[in-house]
Write a protein that binds this ligand. Structure first.
Ligand SMILES: NC(=O)c1ccc[n+]([C@@H]2O[C@H](COP(=O)([O-])OP(=O)(O)OC[C@H]3O[C@@H](n4cnc5c(N)ncnc54)[C@H](O)[C@@H]3O)[C@@H](O)[C@H]2O)c1
Length: 254
């Protein structure tokens, strides 16, 4: 089943990090379907370029490492110089999953998780905010997780990073409301993406095991995250800021 798109993002320019993989591609695709021009930024330059080619002329692929100040500056400047404005930023990049407790998680994996999720959102937003302000305002969406709300076993880095991201969105919303910038986080439940194949041999196996933990009895689809993100980026969410939108099929309800 596909989710119907409107034209809520007509004329808007959206920058998406981590845009070369499942959920990032679905967000980019939905933004384009709703009328936006999109910059698909990713650590993997070939995958970013491939994604942009697949999505067509409304998109541009760019290499970007969200953990690097100069790289963050460069991709925001590329967006501004190419499209002349910036209306939306989606911080979707995430480090590869590493599980562990404080006792046995490799400290390098802790740093990587915090760097990509949390510090990356800080660095990117540092350059996004002034361009957005000059564009008359905009919307920033930090992609967090239902695991930013609950404590999963052996997931200290991921859960802590995503919880931090949820509060960072509130903090940025308070600081930049006067600039016309809304900031929210979005917390998916488990979603059918390659990320789950690190723990399960197939997505159907992941669904059978993880689905029952969600009230809807299944895991999510990337396009459902794309649709919810487009809502937050659009004027339909004009009175929505400083909140977390749970798109988790009810996972956190019980
Ligand atoms: N898949 C799920 O079940 C699920 C559930 C909840 C939340 N999420 C969140 O949704 C987002 C997307 O999930 P996904 O499953 O598509 O993840 P993914 O791991 O498939 O994609 C992450 C993307 O981020 C990119 N990336 C990694 N480090 C980067 C860096 N330093 N700079 C720029 N890009 C970088 C990767 O190259 C990749 O394209 C993530 O933030 C993830 O935490 C996913």
């Amino acid at each position: 089943m596909t989710v119907a798109a409107g034209n809520r993002l007509e004329g808007k320019v959206v920058l998406i990090s981590g845009a070369a993989s499942d959920i990032g591609v679905a967000i980019a695709s939905r933004c384009i379907a709703e009328g936006a021009s999109v910059v698909c930024a990713d650590l993997d330059p070939d995958a970013a370029a491939r994604t942009a080619t697949q999505l067509g002329s409304a998109s541009l692929g760019a290499r970007c490492d969200v953990t690097d100040l100069e790289s963050a500056r460069a991709v925001v400047e590329l967006t501004r110089s190419t499209f002349g404005r910036l209306d939306g930023y989606v911080h979707n990049a995430a480090a590869p999953w590493h599980d562990g407790s404080v006792e046995d998680l490799d400290p390098a994996h802790w740093h990587q998780e915090i760097d990509v999720s949390l510090t990356g959102a800080f660095l990117m937003s540092r350059f996004v905010v002034p361009v957005m302000r000059d564009s008359g305002g905009g919307s920033i969406v930090l992609v967090a997780s239902q695991l930013g709300h609950v404590a999963a076993q052996r997931s200290v880095a991921y859960c802590a990073a995503k919880a931090g991201l949820i509060h960072l969105a509130r903090l940025m919303a308070v600081d930049h409301a006067a600039d016309g910038i809304r900031v929210n986080s979005l917390s998916p439940g488990a979603v059918r993406t390659g990320r789950l194949l690190r723990s399960w041999s197939s997505l159907d196996e992941a669904d059978s095991n993880l689905g029952p933990a969600h009230v809807l009895g299944r895991i999510g689809r990337p396009e459902e995250i794309g649709a919810s993100t487009a809502f937050l980026l659009s004027e339909d969410a004009s009175f929505v800021t400083a909140t977390d939108l749970l798109v988790d099929g009810g996972y956190t309800a019980r």
